[in-house]
Design a protein around this ligand. Structure first.
Ligand code: AQP
Length: 330
């Protein structure tokens, strides 16, 4: 079975619709026919300012949401990145193969650094840690949103470089990106991606949010002049974003959606989008709350995942240590 791996940061209390449609929903559907590894990447979350107590809480919250979205600990290995120390060990080896100029070209670093008072070296080396995350598990496929495409390219380059210099060691991973949901955009700024850290509260739809708040935001989403529900990325990015959301949740194609709302204006259409979103989120919210009510059980589920992940990580690291020329302990 092909191996799949991906991660999500515990940088906010709730996942948003972009995380769900762009990534987590694919993780759930891939767990049956893949050897699946999914993690809460808490080490990535500390690349920007954070509070330790809040990080702990958000890590549990992220894990609870993953299980609530449908990941099953019997079918997928769900774990916390910091509980497998090999991630940072491999990161160092890969960092020593990365050119400074190469790392400097990462656009996400430039965007995120611009928003920090002081950008940390950790934020700069974030994509190298991400490469280590993926290569450690010899992943074949990495289901992510479009924003991760450049990081995946770097990962492949680093894997190839290591293999070339030290002998075949790493599987070359491919990004698994679904075009239709690769970039869910901000409701108020429909050319920017919906983002935990940079969207305004009015621009983001959180999975754990009250249905009434979700409805209000969707009804107030920026649409475009005119009143036709027509997919047109260029001239109608707001309506097109809502149509993509509708399509992902209803299963209707964009032309079917155009036909359904022909001559009806934006109001009815938005109301239906709101219903689709609230119906999708309600059971996830309920299950998340249940899982959080039993913290000890949640921690135990994660410990099982981390122990399974650790075994695979240690196997890869043993190989890497040999290939890279580190002396084995006697
Ligand atoms: N708007 C989006 N559309 C489609 N996919 C998206 N993803 C994020 N935003 C969208 C995908 O969700 C997965 C987990 O994301 P992450 O936790 O690594 O954070 P991110 O990519 O940096 O997303 P955010 O919301 O902007 O978080 P912050 O603000 O914390 O950095 C990834 O697969 C991502 O592609």
């Amino acid at each position: 079975r092909a191996r799949v791996l991906s991660g999500i940061q515990p940088t906010a209390g709730s996942f948003h619709l972009g995380n769900y449609l762009g990534a987590v929903r694919q993780w759930v559907s891939m767990q049956d026919d893949h050897d699946a590894f999914y993690m809460v990447v808490d080490l990535h979350a500390i690349t920007v300012e954070y509070e330790p107590a809040q990080l702990r809480e958000r890590t549990r919250l992220a894990a609870a949401q993953l299980f609530a979205c449908g990941l099953d600990p019997d079918r997928a290995t769900v774990f916390v990145q910091s509980q497998v120390p090999e991630h940072t060990e491999l990161q160092w080896v890969m960092a020593c193969l990365t050119g400074f100029g190469e790392a400097s070209r990462m656009t996400q670093f430039k965007d995120k650094a611009a928003k920090q008072a002081v950008a940390s070296v950790g934020l700069f080396t974030y994509p190298i840690l991400q490469a280590a995350d993926i290569l450690l598990y010899q992943a074949d496929q990495v289901p992510v949103g479009a924003d991760q495409r450049q990081h995946l390219e770097l990962t492949r380059d680093l894997a190839q470089r290591f293999n070339h210099r030290f002998g075949e060691t790493f599987t070359l991973p491919s990004a698994y990106i679904l075009k239709a949901v690769e970039k869910i955009t901000d409701l108020q700024d429909p050319t920017a991606k919906m983002s935990k850290s940079s969207s305004s509260p009015q621009g983001i739809l959180d999975v754990l949010e009250e249905p009434s708040a979700l409805r209000k935001k969707i009804m107030r989403a920026v649409t475009d002049t005119g009143s036709d529900v027509i997919a047109d990325e260029e001239n109608k990015p707001g309506v097109t974003n809502l149509m993509r959301i509708h399509s992902a949740l209803s299963g209707l194609s964009l032309p079917e959606i155009e036909a359904r709302y022909a001559g009806q204006g934006y109001g009815t259409f938005k109301k239906d989008v709101a219903e689709l979103v609230t119906d999708a989120f309600a059971p996830i919210r309920e299950r998340t709350q249940k899982l959080l009510a039993n913290e000890a059980e949640l921690d135990r589920m994660l410990a099982v995942g981390s122990s399974r992940a650790g075994k695979v990580a240690r196997e890869t690291m043993d190989l890497v240590r040999d290939r890279a020329g580190f002396l084995r302990p006697a």
